[in-house]
Design a protein around this ligand. Sequence first.
Ligand SMILES: Cc1ncc(COP(=O)(O)O)c(C=O)c1O
Length: 368
Amino acid sequence: MHRGIIAEIDLGAVSANLRSVKALADHSAVIAVVKADAYGHGAVEVSETLVGAGVDYLAVAFTEEAVKLREAGITAPIIILFDPDLRDILKYNLIPVLSDRKTALAFAREVERRGTRIPVHIKVDTGMGRLGLTDGPAREILEIAAEKGIVVEGIMSHLSEADLADPFFTKLQLDAFNALKMELLQSGLQIKMFHIANSAAVMNIPEAHFDAVRPGLMLYGYSSCDNTAKASQAAQLQPVMTAKTRFVSLRRLQAGTPISYARTFVAKRESLIGVIAVGYADGFSTRFSNNAAVLVKGKRAPVVGRVCMDVTMIDLTEIEGVNENEEVVIIGNQGTESIGADELAKRIQTIPYEILTSLGSRAKRRYL
Ligand SMILES: Cc1ncc(COP(=O)(O)O)c(C=O)c1O
């Protein structure tokens, strides 16, 4: 038996979520973000599905992620968001994002020296404070665009809080992006696409859609918005990952038995305690100690005691008829109950992105 987590990845849900993106942003191309191994869902399989379902571009963080997709036979245009490696970009026909003037000029000149010309996107910092031109971006873009080695195909920026209910700062970022767009259009520079919208902006902010949208999280069935359940429902998102495991032990323990390190849980009554072969080494955080539930026989069963490196204890006393081979759901549905990555995130004050990448990247995956 496989220890740890089995992640079932519903590729039909990926296609359905892409359809939701297209329905919400029907005038924009879609750049699907499949970095971090498609947020823990498997970049090759997810990308193949998205390409089959008509996505326009894929985007990854690092060149090596794009090389993996190319080697798997994916020929769709791929944008490298963070780390342009010139040799592989030319070899594998990839699209770099250039985010500072000096690097962009050097990059363009090296491409020209090699006797070729490639499309690039240029990133502008409108308030994320992470990467992108800040110092008179229109002037810098015009300077970069004058280089012969490149064609500036896209101008992009990134929103820092489109998921908040208060649109104040997002509006400032959009105003800056629109002003830049106007300035570039007036200069006569032809740009195929402006893009700034992450999932939250796809769902909540139509004026952020521009020529292309760049969703990640919503393709995997979640929203990071303040009112996540309502937002996901409105966009008809379908969670893609189900995370399951099985018991490695079931024991009846006497009242008064302490469970796990530091005795943070002591059985108040005779208890049926199951041990699942999932621990913090599998991405199930120690912060779930006495602070999560799993689904067994369609019911919620609480995590008791500290989460260990490889195993976690579950109190099954309230559940009738549990046997050794019972399916245990960590994320997903069972009967009428369901546990989402958003619920788990909330319990430990993190974001669904971290839950999906932590559990998904270490799980054994099965594709549906
Ligand atoms: C530059 C960039 N664009 C788009 C996205 C997608 O964001 P989300 O997953 O919130 O849709 C990310 C994700 O972190 C990103 O870094």
